[in-house]
Design a protein. Structure first.
Length: 455
RNA sequence: GUGGGCGUAGCUCAGUUGGUUAGAGCAUCUGGUUGUGGCCCAGAAGGUCGUGGGUUCAAUCCCCAUCGCUCACCCCA
C-alpha cells in the first residue's frame, strides 16, 4: 500500500469543517483590520530563503526541501512565508503604489524535520505582514489580530510573550556583554549551548536544560540594553496591548530563531498542546526588504501554525462543530423511478437546496436510514399512487409529520419548488434545525457524544 | 540527526505464561411482511495478527532485523 509521505497528513472530509471554521475566522478578523490576502508560489529560488532567514539557522541549514528542477534551477519548497511575501512586494513594487501594505495569507509550508505533536513536514500557517511603516501601532495591531483570532476560536490557556531585540548595533554590543558574562561559565554549559555560544549566543536563553538556565541567572538582559528608539517603541507596544485588554508578559528570553527580526518580537503559547507550544510567533523585520534588494522599508508580521492551533482547540474542546445537515433526501419507492428521482434532485439542487438520494438501488428502509444518517431535514417519497396522481409525500424528519403535496402543475415545475420550500422553512422554524439550540442538533452537538465531531 | 513507546478488523482495543476454525464494542451491509429513519433484535461481511528471517513438532505470542506510527530532544509555527 502506498502511504502518505512521513510528516504529511490527509485532511479528510471529516476534518474539513474545523479547517473551514478556522479559515473563516482568520479571513474575517484580518478583513476587519483591512488586511488583503496575498498568495505566493509554494516554491521559490533557494537563495531567497538563505538570504532572508539566515544561512546559519536550522531552517536553512538542514530543514529545507531543496532540489534542482529539470532546468537546473535550485528551488525550495517554502519553509515560511515572509521571504516570499517580501519578494513579491519588491518584485511588483507594491510599496510604490501604496506606502503601507497590510497583507495576510493562509498557506502550506514545508520543513524536513522529525515529526512530533504539533509538527509536520507539510504544515499550514496563516499570518499577517504590514510592510511600509515603523509605527509600533502596527506591532500592537498584529498582536491584537493574532490574539483575537485565538480568542474567537474559544482558546483559553494562552500566554502572550513579548520582547524587543533592538537594532543590530545595540544587539551586537549586548552579545558582547553576554559573552563576557558567560565566558567563565562556558565549560559548564550543555553541549548544545556551547555550540550556541559560538553560533548564536542569544539562543542560549532558549535552552530547556535547567543547569543552563541556572548559569544564566543574573545575566544582563537585552531589554535593559536597548537603544532609546527601541525602548520607546517597546513602551508603545505595551501601551497598545494594555489599552486593548490583552494580557502579556515581557520575556527577556524570547529570542526567536530567524535572523531578520529587529525590535519587537512576540509569541503566543498555549498550555493545551504538547512540547511545541508556540501557536504563533512574529516580530518586526525593518531591514529585510532592503536586504532582499528593495528600498529600505520597515515591516512587521507574524505566522501562526494552524495544526497547532487546531490541536489546542481540540484539546480544549474550544468550539463545537455544527453538524452537516442536508435539506432534502429523496426516497425512491419503486426501483424503476431512478431517473425521475435524479431529475427531481437536479431541479431542487438548481434551486440552491442541498439534496441527496440513493444511487445504489437500496431498499426504502436503507434509504431512510441513510436520510437519517445524513440528518436530512425533510424526505420526499417518490412513487406509488400519489406519484401517479402527480403528488408526493413530504416528511419532516424531526417531527415525523407527513404531508401530501402536489408535485407538478400542467405548466411547469415551479409550484413544487415553492411548496417544498414552504414546508422546509416550516420545519426549520418549528424545531430550530438550523441552530444548535434546536433540540435535535443539541443532541448531536454534545461534546464527547459519539455524534460530536471531536474525537 | 539522537533517544523512548507502540504496531491484532475501517476505528478503539481484548487475547494466548507458544498449542485446533484469532475475539468484543463502534462503524458498514442485509433483514425484522407488501411504501418509512432514529431505539431495539437477528444475521452477514471484514484480519497474510506491520514485513522478513530465526528458535520450535508448533509462533500473533520468544529472539533478531527491517519498515511504519508516535512522543520527546534539537529547532521551530
Amino acid at each position: 500500500m502506498i502511504k502518505a509521505i512521513k510528516g504529511t497528513k490527509d485532511l479528510l472530509p471529516s476534518d474539513a469543517p474545523r479547517w473551514h471554521y478556522l479559515e473563516s475566522i482568520v479571513k474575517n478578523i484580518f478583513s476587519n483590520f483591512n488586511y488583503k490576502e496575498i498568495r505566493t508560489p509554494v516554491f521559490e529560488v533557494t537563495s531567497l530563503f538563505a538570504r532572508s532567514i539566515g544561512e546559519e539557522t536550522d531552517i536553512v541549514g538542514k530543514e529545507m526541501y531543496t532540489f534542482e528542477d529539470k532546468s537546473g534551477t535550485n528551488v525550495t519548497l517554502k519553509p515560511e512565508m515572509t521571504a516570499g511575501v517580501v519578494r513579491a512586494f519588491i518584485e511588483h513594487s507594491l510599496g510604490a503604489q501604496q506606502s503601507l501594505n497590510k497583507l495576510f495569507y493562509i498557506s502550506p509550508m514545508f520543513r524536513q524535520e522529525r515529526p512530533q505533536a504539533g509538527r509536520l513536514r507539510q504544515f499550514h500557517q496563516f499570518g499577517g505582514e504590514a510592510i511600509g511603516s515603523a509605527s509600533p501601532l502596527l506591532d500592537g495591531e498584529l498582536i491584537q489580530i493574532a490574539y483575537d483570532i485565538l480568542k474567537a476560536l474559544g482558546l483559553k490557556d494562552l500566554t502572550v510573550k513579548i520582547n524587543s531585540l533592538g537594532i543590530p548595533e545595540t544587539r551586537e554590543s549586548y552579545k558582547n556583554l553576554l559573552r563576557e558574562f558567560l565566558k567563565d561559565k562556558k565549560d559548564k554549559l550543555s553541549e548544545d549551548s556551547r555550540k550556541r555560544f559560538d553560533k548564536n549566543i542569544l539562543r542560549i536563553f532558549d535552552s530547556k536544560i535547567e543547569s543552563d538556565q541556572k548559569l544564566l541567572e543574573g545575566a544582563p538582559t537585552l531589554i535593559q540594553n536597548l537603544d532609546e528608539e527601541s525602548k520607546r517603541d517597546f513602551e508603545l507596544v505595551k501601551e497598545y496591548l494594555t489599552k486593548v485588554n490583552i494580557p502579556f508578559e515581557v520575556d527577556p528570553k524570547l529570542v526567536r530563531g530567524l535572523d531578520y527580526y529587529t525590535k519587537t518580537t512576540f509569541e503566543i503559547i498555549s498550555g493545551s498542546v504538547g512540547a511545541q507550544s508556540a501557536l504563533l510567533g512574529g516580530g518586526r523585520y525593518d531591514l529585510l526588504v532592503e536586504k532582499l534588494g528593495g528600498k529600505s522599508t520597515p515591516a512587521v508580521g507574524f505566522a501562526a501554525g494552524m495544526e497547532r492551533i487546531l490541536l489546542a482547540c481540540e484539546n480544549e474542546r474550544s468550539f463545537p462543530i455544527r453538524e452537516n445537515c442536508i435539506d432534502i433526501y429523496i426516497i425512491r419507492l419503486d426501483n424503476n423511478l431512478e431517473s425521475e428521482v435524479s431529475d427531481l434532485a437536479s431541479k431542487l439542487r438548481r434551486h440552491n437546496l442541498k439534496v441527496e438520494f440513493d444511487y445504489l438501488q437500496r431498499s426504502v428502509k436503507a434509504q431512510m436510514r441513510e436520510a437519517n444518517r445524513m440528518k436530512a431535514k425533510i424526505t420526499l417519497f417518490v412513487g406509488g399512487d400519489e406519484y401517479s396522481e402527480q403528488k408526493i409525500n413530504v416528511k419532516d424528519m424531526y417531527s415525523s409529520v407527513e404531508q401530501i403535496i402536489k408535485i407538478k402543475s400542467e405548466e411547469n415545475d415551479k409550484i413544487i419548488i415553492k411548496d417544498i420550500r414552504k414546508f422546509l422553512s416550516q420545519v426549520r422554524q418549528q424545531c430550530g434545525w438550523m441552530t444548535t439550540k434546536g433540540k435535535h442538533c443539541k443532541k448531536y452537538a454534545q461534546p464527547g457524544s459519539k455524534y460530536c465531531h471531536w474525537h
